[in-house]
Design a protein around this ligand. Structure first.
Ligand code: URA
Length: 428
């Protein structure tokens, strides 16, 4: 077997065998296949695709390229959630403690933000003292004690994805559904959970811009997870507008706390309830989805979910006795015309938050935890001339580019048509 034949086969739209896919991954990871050959195969996959069987084999080969987290020492049902990335997406900070408060075990590895999308680990690192890296024993003991731990991705988890993703990023081969599905699922499956919900974001601020491609990606990921023996479902949710009222790390932790106190924004609260209820039901914790939803709502109201969050913060060394700080400079963006907010472009808001300091352009950039945007008018809200739309927080000098970007993100019209937040549920 040689890599040139494999490239030619995919170039000619043929199906690759298990032996060929395994050979590609193992010889690429151990350096025998060169970057230019791997890029050529990735481009052939991008153009000619892979079917479900090939994508499952690719995922398994990537999954087996490094360590697989063994959660067998954790007693109970191990659950996980994954978001494909959004703006203002602090759902993990709400759903993880909610699930823990139901008695499910959440041993979660999360990522950092890149570009205009945020990451859970960055948000948690804004909490003074909070440790996002624990030893394996500390991690497992904490989940056994309090049902919840969230850490950054550790060790030699899916090295094939680290190498392939870096290559895809610079060779125009990111946007391929089989490559995205295998990249996401290999990492999720390596983290060890038995029951997984995938929050596939769709819209302006998301990876998947159309419902059609999001359904295709979600279907494929659910099938791969199921083929590999896990219980997996996907929920397609809108990312046309930012989720909740805040974008930026400390601001989002503050909003997550408010939501766990039952005072959160409607969109954020309802997505968090739906994801938690569906996952708890899929995990077999309740006889019906309705019962799962009732219990989730109850634990949001009675403070049990908040208590799980606070327990996790303490267990991981964090000190969260008051709201986290905002950046020192503050600017208001006011409406220039009267009407109703008909949309808020989440991509523009995400880009503006990044320029204020809340995100990074490259993995090496430092972020400013205190920077971000608080949105005071959401789609559907009426607005008068000069009324406040949102507040910007930064430690940098604010330039006109950011102000104009934020102003242009707010669409003000005469009327507003409500679009569904939850677009589709995909079960295996
Ligand atoms: N997220 C990933 O982890 N991988 C991709 O390929 C795309 C998004």
């Amino acid at each position: 077997m040689n890599i040139i034949e494999i490239i030619e086969k995919k170039r000619d739209k043929q199906k690759l065998t298990k032996a060929e896919i395994n050979y590609f991954i193992s010889d690429y990871v151990n350096g025998k296949i060169k970057d230019y050959q791997a890029s050529s195969l990735l481009m052939a996959i991008c153009l000619n695709g892979m079917d479900e069987e090939e994508t499952t084999i690719l995922t398994e080969a990537m999954l087996n390229s490094g360590d697989i987290f063994d959660l067998s020492k954790i007693e109970g049902i191990k659950v996980d959630k994954h978001s494909t990335g959004g703006v203002g997406d602090k759902v993990t900070l709400i759903v993880a403690p909610l699930l823990a408060s139901l008695g499910l075990k959440v041993a979660k590895m999360s990522g950092r933000g890149l570009g205009h999308t945020g990451g859970t680990i960055d948000k948690l690192e804004g909490i003074p003292g909070f440790q996002t890296s624990l030893t394996k024993d500390q991690f497992i003991n904490q989940v056994n004690d309090i049902s919840l731990a969230i850490i950054g991705q550790t060790g030699n988890l899916v090295p094939a994805d680290k190498m392939l993703y870096a290559l895809r990023d610079v060779t125009g081969t990111v946007s391929s559904i089989p490559l995205i599905a295998s990249s996401i699922m290999s990492k999720k499956l390596a983290s060890g959970a038995e029951v997984i919900i995938l929050d596939v974001k769709v819209g302006k601020g998301a990876f998947m811009k159309t419902v059609k491609e999001a359904i295709e990606l979600a279907n494929l990921m659910v099938k791969i997870g199921t083929n590999i023996g896990r219980k997996v479902m996907a929920i397609l949710t809108s990312m046309d507008s930012p989720l909740g009222n805040s974008v930026g790390n400390n601001l989002e932790v503050n909003e997550a706390l408010l939501t766990l106190k039952g005072k959160g924004a409607i969109d954020l609260t309802s997505i968090s309830i739906e994801i938690s209820a569906h996952l708890a039901y899929l995990a077999g914790k309740f006889e019906s989805l309705k019962m799962a939803r009732q219990k989730v709502e109850e634990n949001l109201k009675n403070g049990k979910a908040l208590n799980s969050f606070i327990q996790m913060i303490k267990a991981q060394g964090g000190n969260l006795t008051k709201d986290l700080e905002k950046a020192s400079k503050h600017y208001s963006i006011n409406a220039k015309i009267k009407g109703v907010v008909s949309a808020i472009d989440s991509l523009k808001i995400g880009q503006a938050a990044m320029l204020l300091g809340a995100g990074r352009m490259t993995k090496e950039d430092e972020i400013d935890y205190k920077a971000g945007i608080i949105i005071n008018k959401k789609p559907g809200d009426k607005i008068e001339v000069n009324e406040n739309l949102c507040d910007l927080y930064t430690n940098k000098e604010l330039n006109d580019e950011v102000k104009e970007l934020v102003e242009s993100a707010f669409h003000i019209a005469k009327s507003y048509k409500e679009e569904p937040l939850i677009i589709k549920i995909i079960e295996s």
